[in-house]
Design a protein around this ligand. Structure first.
Ligand code: SF4
Ligand code: ZN
Length: 350
């Protein structure tokens, strides 16, 4: 028997909201989902009238829904923002080239300017070339560090005030779990912040331009439903180099919890938000990279060390802690390695 929408009580329900369990018609679901994101934006004071905001766009479901929502809400509630799309081309043949085609279509559909920055132009390396050198184990470390900087650099070229990204509630909860499992207190403390610029939040030492996550409380399942019922044009293939086993375990664990209790996702986020770190726990202090000027807690930023490793044929250089080598790297001196260290740093299979 058809179920009636529990909100308007007129139309037929077409879905059960994964987050609340309510049976809703399409229009009532759209309204509820959009209003929640609007409330998130307003409550956290994410944007101010007159700002230029870059939407990190990958062509995937999250950033496509984010771009669509930002456009809709900016018009509906007159936020007064100038929006544009900012994409990173990692240089992954058969994946990013196709997803960028989706971003280009989104650009037409949403009539927003688009800027694409590539690893090749910024670092002289594509991910295809990096994977050839480092293999398929730590490739996401390179990719993640390079992407964070690439987004900042693209945003600086565009002179934007803020970057917003499509991280959803599942991503944030996964990150909380991963930081707990790794004992990474500095990241744990800041990973739930909705904005790096929000009052009281720790400044993220890895980024320069303020970033925010308007979809922080949006469930991944609802993002998929929204994109599906709105018939949004997005790219759903996984990256061909995606091992990221550790995050995969955290994700699988969280999905199991969600199946038993849907509120598990926001509950994990709330736990992360309310953790306080004991006074006296050592936190990294910020400075800037002596080579490229990017924000860094060491003499060299992570991207510069990783790049140095690639260029010297020592791919493991930036993996793990090699701070004592920074001075040699900066002075262009040989690294003065023991043969066994050199063998280790050269090994692609790590
Ligand atoms: Fe980069 Fe890894 Fe993501 Fe692929 S899965 S885009 S290699 S971070
Ligand atoms: Zn640097």
């Amino acid at each position: 028997m058809p179920v009636q929408c529990s909100s308007c009580e007129q139309k037929r329900a077409v879905l059960r909201r994964p987050k609340t369990g309510h049976s809703l018609c399409k229009e009532c679901f759209f309204w509820a989902f959009e209003e929640e994101v609007h409330q998130t934006i307003v409550t956290a004071g994410l944007f101010h009238r007159g700002e230029t905001v870059a939407i990190g766009a990958s062509g995937g479901k999250d950033s496509t829904v984010l771009a669509h929502l930002m456009k809709v809400l900016n018009e509906r509630y007159d936020y007064g923002l100038s929006l544009l799309l900012l994409s990173v081309d990692e240089g992954i043949t058969g994946y990013r080239d196709d997803s960028l085609e989706t971003v280009k279509r989104n650009q037409q559909q949403y009539e927003l300017p688009l800027k694409i920055v590539s690893y090749e132009e910024l670092y002289g390396w594509t991910m295809d070339a990096i994977v050839k050198q480092v293999g398929l184990k730590n490739n996401c470390t390179f990719c993640g560090v390079f992407r964070r900087q690439a987004l900042d650099r693209g945003a600086m070229m565009l002179k934007v005030d803020k970057i917003c990204t499509g991280h959803n509630a599942d991503d944030v909860a996964e990150t909380v779990l991963m930081n707990v499992l790794r004992g990474d207190i500095a990241r744990l403390r800041r990973c739930t912040a909705i904005s790096t610029a929000s009052e009281g939040a720790d400044v993220d030492p890895d980024s320069v331009i303020p970033r925010c996550k308007p979809l922080k409380y949006a469930y991944e399942k609802e993002i998929v439903l929204y994109a599906y019922f709105k018939r949004l044009d997005y790219f759903s293939t996984e990256c061909i180099y995606a091992p990221n086993a550790y995050r995969g375990h955290a994700r699988a664990f969280l999905k199991d919890l969600e199946a038993v209790r849907p509120s598990a996702i926001v509950d994990v986020i709330h736990s992360g938000e309310h953790l306080s770190v004991r006074h006296g726990v050592k936190m990294p202090t910020q400075g800037s990279c002596q080579r490229c000027g990017y924000i860094s807690s060491q003499a060299l930023c992570k991207a510069c060390v990783l790049l140095e490793g690639l260029n010297r044929g020592l791919p493991r250089l930036g993996i793990g802690k090699h701070h004592r080598l920074h001075a040699n790297i900066l002075s262009q001196k040989p690294l003065d390695l023991e043969p066994h260290q050199e063998r280790k740093l050269r090994a692609a299979d790590f």
